[in-house]
Ligand binder design. Sequence first.
Ligand code: PEP
Ligand code: CO
Length: 531
Amino acid sequence: MHSQLVKYDNEQALDECLQQLQHYPSLVSIKEIKTLKKRVKQATLGGRFIVQGGDCVEMFYDCNENVINNKLQSAVLVKSLFEVLTKKPVTFIGRIAGQYTKPRSSLFQTINGEEMHSYRGDLINSADSCVEKRKPDPKRLLAGAHHAAMTLNYMRTTLASSEQSFSLDLFPWVKELTHELELDAEAIQQNYAQGRKQSLIDQDEFELFTSHEALNLHYEQGFDKEGKDGLKYNCSAHMLWIGARTLTQDNPLVHYLSQIENTIGLKVGPDIDPEDLIKIINTLNPNRDLGKLVLIGRFGVSEYQSRLPKILAALNEADIKICWLSDPMHGNTFTTTQGIKTRCFNTMLSESSGMATLLDQHQNHLGGLHLEFTGCAVTECINGHFVVSEQDLHKNYSSAIDPRLNQQQFVEFILRMAKHIQSFEAFDYCEDQFAQELFTSYRQDIDDIDDHLINLLATRRKLSRAVGELKSALNINIFDPKREKQILVELIEKGQAKGFNQQWLERLFLEIFQDSRAIQSAVPGSLKTVG
Ligand code: PEP
Ligand code: CO
């Protein structure tokens, strides 16, 4: 297999584009990259589950509100359902905002008698079957950055906006699924019925992370930024992964990734030699940072049982603790008799659930899933409760490369995996050192939340003082018992929906109100009656 590096004909045009790319601002922040590393570490230690997913390859054409929204809604839904069922926090990492390249086994192909470059993703060339358009075009590096920025911006604003409520009502079929799977539908419904807008998430609760396959070194290096710590970060995405076809010690991509701080995924297929894998792991993560690497097993349903134990033994021998995700997609692709590339839901589920069981039997655990899905109602993979049959495949097959789970199949997959994982014994913290690390990590999160609370209270105080000044100018009493009572009732209702006790909520907010009144009393000319 070749290294998949891209060669451009016009060096000067490439240089101009690279200069422009290096001049562009970051797409993601170093702080977010560090947060993802914390999350991956928690998953490695058994305290979190990762769902990584999105299209096999994103087309620039997919940079569209509807497509992005459907994907985001699916992600919010599975996070929320998995958390209710397993009580384990979920981190979503999109294959999005940069998943614009594909490795190809052959870099050239012949179409209608003409030899041309194979389509390698919108970041490199056009999918049109035209010799000229198939040539790698460096301007596409810039177009990739623009599309990634728009996609990210739309996701961030959508998540932050109350316009878009992520309500369970949007997915009426989830009820049928929970019934079919005999899941605790009551708990799920209740969880959502409580929020006033029946939103699946609260603002701020959904941490958005992006990832893509590192393939085009020009694009990746264009986003290198130096952190305050003097270390190098790739600010095009929070996480990058190396595909199964490019995972060799001598690939320049491996060398590049060894120099950056981001979390790196390694696609581990049936052909990998465990000793080679250990060498690559040591190259990429000499400091054994638990948030640095994830192994994404994509063995195929008939291979994982014979391959995985050998790798686990080698990792054990080398004393390497690492987070495992299961990618049940790439080892289970087949072509139907009609010549359509597809994957079967049941086969994929067998690989992922089997891998989870096998890891459990080896005193390890599955840290997450890596799935190709779209939020749209495509018919690309067969089976699932809302059956897609081989005859249905032609109805809405729009993937440019690999077949994806549609929204219902994606949610069903996650629900079935949640149920399967629930059946294991409670996570066994047999290794004290790891329990201690997880404990420290959770405590850091609590410290961060406390910082956030202090900042919010300080912002509230500033506003309160401004209101105090206006009250003084307008000759309004500082103490307004009617308003206090009314907002307290509303806060208690919201707080109780989250499981807080009424008296505690009263005590908390009365303290805050009292502080507010004290601040307002200090305003010259204020009316300090009662309070
Ligand atoms: C992919 O994730 O789209 C891919 C090509 O996977 P792999 O490298 O595992 O074949
Ligand atoms: Co794919």
